[in-house]
Design a protein around this ligand. Sequence first.
Ligand code: SAM
Length: 444
Amino acid sequence: MIAQPTQISLVAGSGEGSDEATASEQAWKGAGLTGASLLPLQSGLLRGVRPAPLEPIHFGQLMPALSAHHGSAVVGERIAAAVALGLDSRGQGVVRAVAGPGDADSQVAEAERRVKSALRAHGLPLKEMHVAQAEHTVRERGCVVAAAVLWTDVREREPDWATEAWTPHVHCRFRVRERLFTARSAFQRIDIVDTVEFGRMLLLDHTVQTTERDEWAYHEMLAWVPLMVHPHPKRVLIVGGGDGGLLRAVLACPEVEEAVQVEIDRLVVEACKEHLSELSRGAFGDPRARVVYEDAFTFLERVGEPFDVALLDTTDPIGPAERLFTAEFYGRVAGALGEEGVAAAQSGSPWFQPEVIARSVSAMQSGFPTVRVYLGSVPAYPGGLWTFTLGSRGRDPLSVPEAELAERFQSLQQEARFFSPQVYRAAFALPPFVRSLLPQDPNP
Ligand code: SAM
């Protein structure tokens, strides 16, 4: 669930030899990297990176590096290289490497200057700058100084594992049996893999979205809790949810007459229909379902007939989903709902994403008079314990009568594997540490 930044380290070293390859190798050894094969990567805009301290490097671990070389045949000449990384507060940034005659200070200054001007060009304010440098005096003919950005990102280099970084220091790895689909859409990198323990799994930008093993625990709670809060849920809006699991859960309710799903990325839906069909189980072909391929933020500018329930099954608040975690978006969601309208959103892990919960609750409170947080359990997500935030324009979830829950559950009982009327009640009981994460306690 968490799109954690790629970790990188900056290194620099120098070496000398009769050709660039020999000198390069020495340069890398000088930076403490042995047996490494370097893949050059063009200097570019990085999204969501965080520098990590340089750890011991093993052979094969060095994946793509950005290098700067300067060859010189002038014995006694002083040459230097520097690599600089500038980041904004969200961990987006640029990296530049330079090498040439002079001392390290001048190369560092040049690398920093290039980083600042590139950041300006991308409209990113500089929050932190990281630099590595190397200096060298030419002893014989042929010399290279090299500087590199080192990706210590395990996710790219281990095809047998699907790895999600829950934090820079906690990674979760799922053994992959087969890689079924990999593509980069206009919005994100999409992977569908078959894992040994969790079955087929969808990852977007290396972040686990859903798995065959536990998807029902997530989708039942995101769909059926708010559907029970609304007394007569006929029209349902789904935001995101490209895998189709939520659509299936919504359409399992016989009261639902129409489900409109607004998904920004058509490729996610197409890939999931082909490789993850166990989730949607034909729901995309249900006559009550309609999929609109659009950014939900703009879709909600012009909604006609009001919805009864809106379900937000989006990626984390970075990239295309960033605007979906704002008060402005929740205002639009509330405006698209009828008088008794109910909205619910997945709102992250209390262990690993406390800020997402606080943000979702605040945003929901700006659009809805009643806001409640409830819990579920999704083992493939960070920490397993999961939060959902519900906003209601009508009924308080805590006031739904027992008899009504029991009666409406009857039509779902066949399919239910996580949800039950008892689980519905229990889900609103929050441990004190979860309560303490909320801006204003919505479950007093
Ligand atoms: N259960 C998942 C989770 O929380 O990890 C979410 C699954 S679903 C695959 C998330 C979907 O939200 C993705 O397919 C993504 O394309 C979609 N999405 C992201 N931003 C969006 C936007 N602005 N409008 C509509 N859909 C969006």
